[in-house]
Write a protein that binds this ligand. Sequence first.
Ligand code: 6GU
Length: 233
Amino acid sequence: MAKYIFYLCPMRIDIITAVPELLQSPFEFSIVKRAQEKGFAEIIVHNLRDFALNKYGQIDDYQFGGGAGMVLMIEPIDKCISQLMEQRNYDEIIYVTPDAQVLNQKTANTLSLKENIIILTGHYKGVDQRVRDKFITMEISIGDYVLSGGELAAAVVVDSIVRLIPGVLGDEQSALTDSFQDGLLSPPVYTRPAEYKGIKVPEILLSGNTPKIEEWRQEMAEIRTKAIRPDLI
Ligand code: 6GU
């Protein structure tokens, strides 16, 4: 007998991109794949070129005022977002861009509880500012470095969210013990053999003394965090 009977409404994530090929495989393996198969999430990639202005597939143009690099135009993006918004309500319309606040676990946790989100990815020099002013409700960077486009960043954002959707991870892979979930880096982990070419696993982990092991893990997490990411403490 199933313990609970519940109707699952998958979280829907629509990604808008000028380079859909870059997002072909990231969602087809591992946890994100299983989340979709089990009905926890639905991830749909939209090709911005399907909303191009003309038969040449134009979606970008030179920037006003001069300067290197093309800018994604508002019209194709407006068409794509408007079409989606006619079909359902969106909780957030996110633009991934390096000039934004950096993604962290708290943001991923919050987003994992949403029902429908759109993620717009920029390319070239980015998007016309009016897109950001008119449609975008949230902007996310994945770190202080520049990528060629927002697609890989979108894949990172989606992965960080989907694995947190309640039910996606089983107890044995619980997100609660992940690095950052309690503000600390993870402690070291070991598996068999207990000794390899003379290198031994810490004795405590073989002791079977669960409270002591937990204490050790907490201590190691603190030592690691202080050494590697003191800014987190
Ligand atoms: Cl979201 N986009 C690009 N192009 N570069 C990035 C980024 C996003 N986050 C960090 N670097």
